[in-house]
Design a binder for this molecule. Sequence first.
Ligand SMILES: Cc1ncc(COP(=O)(O)O)c(C=O)c1O
Length: 382
Amino acid sequence: MTLKVSVRGQIPPFIVMDVMRAANERAASGADVLHLEVGQPSTGAPKGVIAAASAALRDDTLGYTDALGIPPLRSAIARHYRDRYGIDLDPERVVVTTGSSGAFLLAFLAAFDAGDRVGLATPAYPAYRNILRALDLEPVALEAGAAERYQATVDLLRRAPQPLDGLVVASPANPTGTMLAPEELAALARYCEASGIRLVSDEIYHGITYGPQEASALASSDEAIVVNSFSKYFSMTGWRLGWMVVPRPLLRAVECIAQNFFISPPAISQHAAVAAFECHDELAGNVRRYAENRALLLRELPKAGFDRLAPADGAFYLYADVAHLTNDSQEFCRRILRELGIALTPGVDFDPARGHRTLRISFAGSTATMAEAARRLQAWRR
Ligand SMILES: Cc1ncc(COP(=O)(O)O)c(C=O)c1O
């Protein structure tokens, strides 16, 4: 007898992970591959973090921790809000999670019931949509275009076909790198609060910006759930550590779900991450490299015909409209990998409706990798 696979388990893949696997298989067979697909820093954790991890390995039993995280890390994160944003935050509201991915699961479970409708401006990070589906929540695509800088607006919310229970925003965003101005984020937060919409603000790319200053939703609303991570700016992707700032009425629900789902976030990563907030000099060097990569690609990609790019103010992505080159971004990316050895992510990962004409380029790698990718693309299109 064939036993079933649950309906909720049948969510689409996270396509970039499939692309990364294909690129790695190609590399394992001896071909050279330039990784411009995956959104992870090519640098390791900062030196201070490694030293703190070594000390924890030596001195600590590394057992389960409190489900909400170790107190020194929760306090360090609360201090980060004071130092970076001038916000006074009670460490009690900080919840340490297994990456921001773990935070989304906890946030969605604590804030929404099956059938609730959660808005997302598309193109969007695919896991929002897929996690929501797996939890029997309904993702509602708010189709944003260049006029909205691919971000949610109060107007798009007003025009949503039915009332929403939640809204996820990200600034800077993946895949476009576009940002909400502080006053736009504040307006969204006010509108959500007044309309009974739970705002979830993904602030994972804070710290990686190229001019505009990022604002936290925490400055505008005590009802917003703020999500962040050590994976991007802090360059600790595989340490699987993130955090969220939770409205007080949701705290106990989040705690109970975290206890039962995860028991605790990884202990060694937590001990190490306390030191991350002392490593800004080293981390600023990474951001300088991203800025250099961005400038190089903005200069060189148009020469290869990739000249319709979203205005990326932050993160480490360029989102390219390639409608003049293909109407099948998946096949186009496969061809670029096959013929040029460059791994890119097709836009369908981020926007199932319109993404067959777009692709995402990650410039988190080395500047030499970006220069070589641009050279190959230019030679290919000549
Ligand atoms: C916008 C966004 N949010 C969340 C995540 C998940 O990151 P993590 O679970 O490593 O914190 C990513 C990863 O690429 C992302 O781009």
